[in-house]
Design a protein around this ligand. Sequence first.
Ligand code: C2G
Length: 129
Amino acid sequence: MKKVITYGTYDLFHVGHLNIIKRAKELGDYLIVAVSSDKFNEIKGKKCAIPDNERMEIVKAIKYVDEVISEDSWDQKIEDIKKYDIDVFVMGDDWKGKFDFLKEYCEVVYLSRTPDISTTKIKKELKLK
Ligand code: C2G
């Protein structure tokens, strides 16, 4: 069984998030999505509109997703890849090159981002702070 993993905040879930999850699943048979906890988002300097438990619930409900885990630190990826026996690590290409160090543990794939949609854009349009 080919296992795939991807990481993200998935705040104000939108079609860009759905596209990368769908395409990540197409690269294997089993997809794990690591969703950033509120605690970790503070470290990332990201203020979420939606709390982590709800962001995880939404991602869990997506038919392409087999398992959801919490992302609590930048450096849990190697441990996750070993712990979950991951074959493919996937991220949007806004991260291109940033995770090449994982190549000694699994395949690293950067997929093109969906244009013209982002959580920041949605917040701006809704005039959220
Ligand atoms: N994404 C995309 N197209 C968009 C917006 C996002 O393909 N229009 C992808 C991103 O490239 C990422 C995933 O959707 O792979 C989740 O995006 P975010 O929720 O913004 O996650 P991010 O803040 O990039 O956190 O350790 C990695 C971090 O947790 C990634």
